[in-house]
Design a protein around this ligand. Structure first.
Ligand code: NAP
Length: 640
């Protein structure tokens, strides 16, 4: 499916424009119109959104009167654009950004934010993050990228722009990574698409606020084709091992194709884009393999199994199960959900809704609107709920919350659960978490979780599972329940970065032995003893309550391109991260994570590895990662 990125000329009638404006998101519309016309006086003081946005507040806290006046003003400007009578003063994006930021947020963008915002808010025909240099064609240099998911495609786009020859080795038969593999019913993203998309490839026609798996896969496929990346991908090709040849300063990648053939590919640099949430985690429950019926993991959904009328067990209640359980509950005969730890849910009433027709029309017709909408989301998530996830050392009730702000969040989220389950105290008791919010991923909810648990054919069990038998599941009380199908929503081997791939660096050092179950990297990207080996979505680059993982990938790729430039410009063969730089960085990250609720809370989560260290999460705000990854500092590396 083609995706639309450019706005169309306006030919709608006055009535159609008024109807569309009913669906408008106003705090982003006026800045878009101000930029389109060059008339910054549209950003009137009396129409300012509220500077403090709380959960569930609509239209940026604008009052009903402000909304009405803003719609009227927007109507005047949009009809004027249509009729060719709007001013068209040209203003610089910097000027628009300064004024609009101040209008939207109540404070001018700090100087250090401005360059970041200019990158994030670039119009579709401008791509400030594209490398402004090209490799000397005479200099031989080849890069191998492992994985053609969201971040591998991005690496391919940038390598191509810099004229660097590369190959992407992809184990699947198509691009898309997690969005190719996770086809479970109800799969969709939980970050709004205006933000969960490449900064340089904004769509004006997202059908939903939070896209389904099919739509996202289509987006990533389209980008891979549009940017000419797909021709560099070798599909059905799994990298089994990677070895550094010190003498020649080359990596050797040993690959196995689906047809069983093997090959060795050589590259000067390797970019691993294999993701964190890639290899399914099956629970270590005795007898798991003895079950005689169909059993599968959410990330390996077996669509050949018809669940209609069946007795189905679901083990796990994380973000994946929270999405597929409400869908399958409508078709199975009986559903038993085995919950070990309940989730906190945040109310997002429009989570599964389509973008309303009027808003869709505005995105497609008002220049820059989609970008300002992204900016609004970005600005409000640069810190997101980070303050509410921060630990107050003196806070007394660590088992329920970690600070006053965290307690306030808890009160809000608990009230939501209480309202959802007011008529079912038995369920409320089971679903109310006993740990602080944001220690685990908070799930977006539009009420479907409660509706599902209250169904007559659904049972929520909190009993411990003792074993799995050929016919079903036995709980700690010795009771066996029989099932036709078992579905594991038990997550991923997230902390086992880069497994099962074998990576051998300098002096025969094995990456997994060096990590010893506790993966670390400098900036999440480079690891001492592994020269010219770069990680995307590596250790400590996941975010819990602020931002989009695509933002991180864009920062990482920018940094890696800087590393390649440094090698090429200076004729270096290799760069190897200094151990002391790597160690000092990780010390700071560890301290940061211990100041966040996910670092201190005593609850199961995929954020901690087998050593109990948070090896997944970035503990700081978004701008800090961007600042650190703008370009490499040669002093951080041994340069050969
Ligand atoms: P998950 O969050 O790790 O959840 C796994 C679930 O399985 C948990 O409820 C866990 O219980 C349970 N479990 C694991 N082992 C078990 C055992 N031996 N016995 C009983 N229960 C067991 O995995 P996920 O739901 O696949 O989500 C992983 C991450 O993927 C999310 O946090 C999110 O970042 C991403 N994701 C995003 C979306 C989205 O964008 N909407 C959707 C899906 C996934 P405990 O909590 O007690 O460990």
């Amino acid at each position: 499916m083609a995706i639309a990125r450019a706005v169309e000329p306006i030919s709608a009638s006055d009535e159609e424009i008024r109807a569309a404006l009913k669906d408008a998101f106003l705090p982003a519309l006026l800045p878009a119109l101000a930029q389109a016309t060059g008339d910054l006086s549209l950003l009137r003081d009396d129409l300012r959104p509220s500077p403090r946005i709380a959960l569930g507040v609509e239209q940026g806290g604008m009052t009903a009167e402000q909304q009405q006046a803003a719609r009227e003003l927007a109507f005047e400007v949009i009809t004027a654009i249509r009729d060719g009578r709007a001013p068209s003063r040209t203003i610089s994006i910097e000027e628009a950004l300064m004024r609009a930021t101040e209008w939207m947020t109540g404070t001018p963008a700090a100087d250090d934010y401005l360059p970041l915002l200019l990158e994030e808010l670039a119009p579709n025909d401008v791509d400030p993050r594209a490398p402004d240099w090209r490799k000397d064609p005479e200099r031989p240099f080849f890069v191998a990228v492992i994985g053609a998911g969201m971040s591998g495609i991005l690496a391919g786009i940038r390598l191509k722009q810099a004229g660097i020859p590369y190959v992407i080795l992809e184990k699947n038969e198509d691009v898309g990574g997690t969005w190719f593999e996770n086809t479970y019913p109800g799969a969709r993203v939980d970050v709004s698409n205006a933000f969960y998309s490449y900064s340089f490839a904004q769509r004006v026609d997202w059908p939903h606020h939070y896209s389904s798996q099919e739509v996202l896969l289509d987006y990533f496929r389209s980008c891979a084709h549009e940017y000419g990346v797909v021709e560099n991908v070798q599909f059905n090709t799994e990298v089994e091992s990677v070895e550094w040849d010190e003498g020649r300063a080359m990596w050797q990648l040993h690959v196995r194709r689906k047809d069983g053939t093997r090959e060795t590919i050589e590259a000067n640099a390797v970019i691993s884009a294999v993701g964190q949430l890639n290899r399914p985690q099956y629970p270590d429950i005795p007898g798991r393999d003895s079950f005689e019926g169909p059993a599968f993991h959410s990330a390996r959904w077996d669509h050949s199994v018809d669940l209609t009328g069946k007795r189905v067990a679901v083990i796990g209640t994380g973000a994946s199960a929270a999405q597929f359980v409400p869908v399958i509950a409508q078709k199975v005969g009986h559903l038993t959900i085995f919950q070990r730890t309940p989730n906190w849910f945040v109310p997002v009433p429009h989570y599964q809704d389509e973008v309303p027709a009027g808003l869709q029309w505005l995105f497609r017709h008002v220049p820059h609107y989609v970008h300002w909408y992204r900016f609004w989301l970005f600005w409000n998530t640069t810190e997101g709920l980070l303050p509410a996830a921060s630990v107050d050392e003196n806070w007394p009730h660590r088992d329920r919350s970690v600070s006053e702000a965290n307690e306030q969040l808890r009160t809000l989220l608990a009230a939501y659960l209480q309202a959802q389950f007011a008529d079912r105290p038995d369920l409320l008791e089971k679903v109310m978490p006993k740990y602080p919010p944001a220690a685990k991923r908070i799930i977006l909810d539009n009420g479907v979780w409660a509706q599902t648990l209250k169904r007559d054919n659904v049972e929520l069990l909190t009993d411990r599972i003792k074993e799995i038998t050929p016919r079903g599941v036995v709980t700690a009380d010795g009771k066996e329940r029989e099932f036709d199908v078992i579905i594991y929503g038990t997550g991923f081997q997230a902390s086992k970065f880069l497994t099962p791939m074998k990576v051998v660096g300098r002096n025969g050092i094995d990456l997994h032995q060096q990590w010893d179950g506790d993966a670390r990297a400098y900036l999440g990207i480079t690891v001492p003893n592994f020269p010219n080996f770069y990680l995307l979505y590596g250790p400590n680059t996941n975010i819990v309550v602020n931002g989009s993982i695509i933002y991180f990938s864009e920062c990482e790729v920018q940094y890696i391109m800087g590393c390649l430039k440094m090698l090429l410009d200076n004729g270096y063969k290799a760069m190897d991260c200094k151990k002391e730089v790597h160690d000092a960085y990780n010390e700071r990250i560890d301290k940061g994570n211990l100041q966040r609720v996910w670092g201190v809370a005593n609850v199961n989560s995929w954020y901690k590895n087998e050593k109990g260290r948070v090896a997944q999460n970035w503990p700081f705000n978004l701008i800090e990662y961007w600042q650190q990854t703008r370009e490499p500092n040669p002093a951080d590396y041994h340069l050969v």
